[in-house]
Design a protein around this ligand. Structure first.
Ligand SMILES: *[C@@H]1O[C@H](CO)[C@@H](O)[C@H](O)[C@H]1NC(C)=O
Ligand SMILES: *[C@@H]1O[C@H](CO)[C@@H](O)[C@H](O)[C@H]1NC(C)=O
Ligand SMILES: *[C@@H]1O[C@H](CO)[C@@H](O)[C@H](O)[C@H]1NC(C)=O
Length: 394
């Protein structure tokens, strides 16, 4: 008898130790336990932030869980500077909605923002920015708020975003600003092709960002790359509708960090305005773009498949006609094929002050209406090799 009791006690002790252990090693913070409502109507911002504060104070890895259902968030800022937990996971099975009335958050800079966090992962979930009414306001030419960014990571490191859907943001869908080591994969971004300024993913002042296996269709750039971006890797992306993948606009400021070591590999562009674009303001700047590789790219009915535009100056405003100061060098285009929707499929319009150098075209096969397309070069130097269609102007 006492033998049995002893053994049972031991068993229970082991069980409790194990149970405790699994709780303390990955505590789960369900937003519903903090008052979040899944009816899509009650503002759950406070509940989400409370769950974050609890997870962040945990001394071990923590998971914030968002169950199925719709959650309205007016705004949620997640600060990480005092976090004890070095690994916080957000597992989202539900949909997070922004207020549909653009006056509520249209003048805020950010909707959902992570600032100074490290070791944060987001798995799954849908973010719905409900931007339609703001776009309609903008399109009608009325006086409208600028709109708010969808999901922002700022000043953060060691971030992973996997399987997230972001749709109909008022402004950019995902912003990576001043971050290091960020992985985005299996992300889906969608907004109508005519929705203004709804860039898919914008990266700036950041290093070691990876964007893979994602599908992006918006009314602006699928991916845009701002100043101070280095060691960026983009692979397996379907882009369209939208304005393509763009390095720029760069060179607005005189003092501006450059863009370097960017790889864009295995991307298809479908019906987009641009394919691979580098764009700089026609203004003085000490910025630069160097060591860029575009490889294994398929264009389908793209208006400007390959374009460098250093004379960017919409409405001829804010450019004192002195040429761009941004120095562009060592850009390689390798295995680029498909169809252009306009006659000029390759256009290098570089700065007269600082001509582009080290442009390399290798195995380019672009046609326009089943004819070879044209290429145009201004102030561009480099060389072409392998198959050349259109004939290179370098
Ligand atoms: C990043 O954090 C530093 C302080 O650590 C601050 O000075 C800077 O403004 C922050 N940058 C951004 C983009 O938030
Ligand atoms: C360029 O960036 C990639 C990551 O995108 C990195 O693996 C590689 O080491 C970098 N190359 C240089 C020369 O820094
Ligand atoms: C170039 O593209 C055309 C049309 O797609 C194709 O018929 C042709 O075989 C391609 N040439 C090479 C060398 O890949």
């Amino acid at each position: 008898m006492s033998f049995l009791v002893k053994n049972l006690t031991l068993l229970f002790t082991i069980f409790f130790l194990f149970f405790n252990y699994s709780i303390t090693t990955n505590a789960i913070y369900n937003v519903k336990n903090y008052g979040a409502k899944s009816n899509g109507k009650s503002d759950s911002s406070k509940a989400f932030v409370s769950a974050w504060v609890a997870a962040c104070a945990s001394t071990s890895p923590a998971t914030i869980y968002v169950p199925k259902g719709s959650y309205l968030l007016k705004s949620a800022y997640f600060h990480g500077e005092t976090c004890k937990s070095k690994a916080i996971t957000l597992r989202i099975d539900g949909t997070i909605l922004a207020p549909s009335n653009y006056n509520v958050i249209g003048n805020d800079e950010n909707w959902i923002k992570f600032e100074r966090v490290s070791g944060v992962s987001i798995y799954g979930g849908t973010l719905d920015g409900q931007g339609a009414s703001l776009w309609a306001c903008k399109t009608s030419g009325n006086n409208c708020p600028q709109g708010t960014m969808g999901l922002t990571f700022s000043n953060s490191s060691n971030i992973e975003i996997s399987g997230l859907t972001s749709k109909n943001s008022q402004l950019f869908h995902i912003l990576v600003d001043s971050c290091d080591n960020v992985k985005l994969q299996g992300v889906k971004v969608s907004a109508p092709g005519n929705s203004p300024n709804t860039d898919g993913i914008h990266v700036q002042y950041s290093s070691r960002v990876t964007i893979m296996n994602s599908r992006i269709g918006t009314g602006d750039d699928c991916i845009s790359i701002g100043p101070g971006t280095s060691h960026l890797w983009i692979q397996n992306i379907a882009c369209g509708p939208g304005h393509g993948i763009s390095i720029g606009s760069l060179g607005w400021d005189v003092e501006e960090p450059g863009v370097q070591n960017v790889t864009v590999k295995t991307v298809t562009f479908t019906g987009t305005k641009n394919g691979l674009r580098v764009k700089t303001w026609a203004r003085s700047s000490n910025g630069f773009v160097k060591n860029i590789l575009f490889q294994h790219i398929v264009m389908s009915d793209v208006q400007n498949p390959i374009i460098i535009d250093q004379n960017y100056c919409p409405n001829n405003e804010n450019c004192p006609h002195q040429g761009s100061g941004v120095k562009i060098s060592d850009i390689k285009y390798q295995d680029i094929r498909g169809t252009s929707a306009t006659e000029v499929a390759v256009k290098f319009d570089c700065s007269k002050k600082y001509p582009c150098s080290g442009i390399s075209l290798e195995d380019v096969n672009l046609s326009y209406k089943e004819q070879p397309a044209d290429a145009s070069c201004v102030n561009a130097g480099g060389r072409a090799s392998g198959f050349e269609k259109p004939n290179s102007c370098l």
